[in-house]
Design a protein. Structure first.
Length: 573
């Protein structure tokens, strides 16, 4: 009887929803043929769902079926159009505001346990004494062994000013430790670090474009300029995935005159098209400014870097950015759910759109391709420099990104460096300041032995990967049997030697060890300070900002810029 009533209720709700959606469709579209197609396919979907729900051999979960259908439908459009059920609203708010209520710590999965990966300085986890590497055994008496990270995260979050008890297993301690702490509102500062990198140049790191991040950038800039004596500033947007459009506009407005166009959005609903201009007086329009970007810089990061480049206000350094020129709008749905839907593309002051992937034209297998070079257009900056659309922001000064060796990647992914840092902390009560800390030769030798003792540490070199592909091809084409001895000899030659590889790529491994260990003593700020000591992109920016002839030449077009590299690519195609 309960199943029957539940089925009838689902049918009724779905039917009502169908009628509402049909009415909306009739209201929204003028073309009769399109109206008919919308109504026909909604009716097919409703009747199909009704039949599956009623007659499928096993019991079905209507909510799961509909959610799966919604997600697959939206996935066929682009990765940014997503359904947000009521249960995910807290995560959505965190993405836009940087705020949640909890203990203030990153957690990660390690075997059967979820461990404390990084307690945030000044928040409950750190204040209560939780340490990186602590294994979470229980929360409020409930076992967390075998639980996934989202399950544990859900238990750690909760209303501010509520208490919880955590039992952890700490390396070096014989017995589990019980810790009681009070949740509080956690507001992650989008500017995790700013400071001077030499006598005249300051740096501001911006991690994401959450609410009020422009205010944090402004505070950092004014402090660097007015109190620390900065004569030039580097704005670091590397790996910044973006966020709120309004905040991006406000940040550009800090450095360009009031009234300057920053970005415009254009989509199918023309009345939603909008141009965003600088609305307030800037704080500085003359200080030399460099912007760092990477392949992970996207969306709002590209608005800021692209607008400052188009307006010839800053020199951009690094690698070409991600190329996300799509704008999402959040629409309210019933039952407190939301739809984040792509409604427009954004265009920066030169008129170019920087979207790299063309989701409207897919291959037969559904793959999405880059915008063809033949479709790339040339635009001009305020000073007449050539820039191009069709694929992110191209830097004025290109700095190749560092590609880590396979052994280094494996040491990170398999948490060898993480585990060694935990052991290091047990042996060392303190370390040098972040700017001065280094891994000694003895310490690095100890780390090599630590890794060699781990029987479960496995990885493949790039040469081995290529060799396996060669073997497959040779077998397919019939050459392997004729040269089997040679292949066997080559396989032996390529056999991994962990110590040899760790010696060969020692410099990059040492750098990652420094970052992980420094974080244990000085939190995130300390790791950032340590990382800036050997930063290729930052070094290029510092060198540029010392050479005003090159800086001004790049902005007025008398010095060649890498931002025009796409001209050659387009001509070749």
């Amino acid at each position: 009887m309960n199943n029957f009533l539940r089925t009838r209720r689902v049918r009724w709700i779905t039917g009502v929803t169908l009628v509402m959606v049909m009415l909306l469709g009739l209201y929204s579209f003028n073309d009769d043929k399109r109206n008919f197609e919308v109504i026909k396919n909604l009716d097919i979907f409703y009747t199909l769902f009704r039949e599956v729900n009623s007659y499928y051999v096993d019991e079905t979960n209507p909510e799961e079926l509909i959610t799966e259908g919604i997600n697959n439908m939206l996935e066929s459009l682009d990765p940014y159009t997503t359904y947000i059920p009521e249960s995910d609203m807290e995560d959505f708010r965190f993405m836009t505001t940087g705020e949640y209520a909890g203990i203030g710590s990153l957690i990660s999965k390690k075997g059967e346990y979820v461990v404390i990966a990084e307690p945030y300085e000044g928040f409950p986890a750190a204040k209560a004494g939780l340490k990186t590497g602590d294994k979470i055994l229980e929360i409020d008496g409930k076992s967390m062994v075998g639980k996934n990270t989202p399950d544990v995260s859900e238990m750690l979050k909760g209303p501010a000013k509520t208490t919880l008890k955590i039992k952890v297993e700490r390396p070096g301690e014989k017995k589990p430790i019980n810790i009681e702490l009070e949740r509080q509102k956690i507001q992650i500062n989008p500017v995790p670090y700013y400071g001077m990198v030499n006598d005249e140049t300051g740096i501001i790191q911006l991690n994401n474009f959450t609410q009020d991040c422009a205010r944090e950038v402004e505070k950092a800039f004014l402090d660097l300029r007015d109190k620390q004596g900065a004569k030039s500033v580097v704005l670091d947007l590397r790996a910044n995935p973006g966020g709120l459009l309004d905040e991006a506009v406000k940040i550009v407005n800090l450095f360009v005159p009031s009234g300057s166009e920053v970005v415009s959005t254009r989509g199918k609903v023309k009345q939603w098209d909008k141009t965003y201009n600088a609305m307030r007086e800037p704080i500085d329009t003359v200080m030399p400014l460099a912007v760092l970007i990477s392949r992970g810089s996207a969306s709002a990061s590209e608005i800021v870097s692209g607008a400052l480049q188009d307006l010839d206000r800053a020199v951009v350094l690094g690698q070409r950015s991600f190329g996300k020129g799509l704008v999402q709008t959040t629409r309210n749905l019933s039952y407190n759910a939301k739809l984040k839907v792509t409604t427009a593309k954004y265009y920066i002051p030169s008129g170019r759109c920087i979207q790299a992937l063309d989701y409207t034209h897919r291959d037969e297998d559904g793959a999405v391709g880059l915008v063809a070079d033949s479709l790339i257009s040339e635009y001009k900056t305020k000073n007449g420099r050539s820039v191009f659309d069709g694929g992110g922001i191209s830097p004025d000064i290109k700095v190749e990104s560092h590609k880590y060796a396979n052994v280094t990647f494996a040491l990170v992914v398999q948490q060898m460096i993480f585990d060694y840092a935990t052991e290091f902390v047990l042996r060392n009560k303190s370390i040098d300041a972040p700017e001065a800390f280094a891994i000694s030769d003895d310490e690095y030798n100890r780390f090599i032995e630590f890794v060699k003792a781990k029987e479960d540490f496995k990885y493949e070199s790039l040469s081995q990967e290529k060799f396996k592909e060669l073997v497959k091809t040779a077998k397919r084409e019939g050459y392997y049997e004729k040269a089997e001895e040679d292949f066997t000899a080559m396989e032996a030659l390529l056999k991994l030697d962990v110590e040899k590889d760790m010696r060969q790529f020692e410099d990059e491994i040492r750098e990652l060890m420094v970052l992980e260990i420094t974080k244990r003593y000085y939190y995130q700020k300390g790791a950032i300070k340590a990382g800036l000591q050997n930063d290729a992109e930052l070094e290029e920016a510092k060198k540029l900002l010392k050479d005003m002839n090159q800086y001004k030449g790049l902005l007025d077009g008398t010095v060649a810029s890498h931002a025009g590299d796409r001209r050659a690519t387009a001509k070749k195609s």
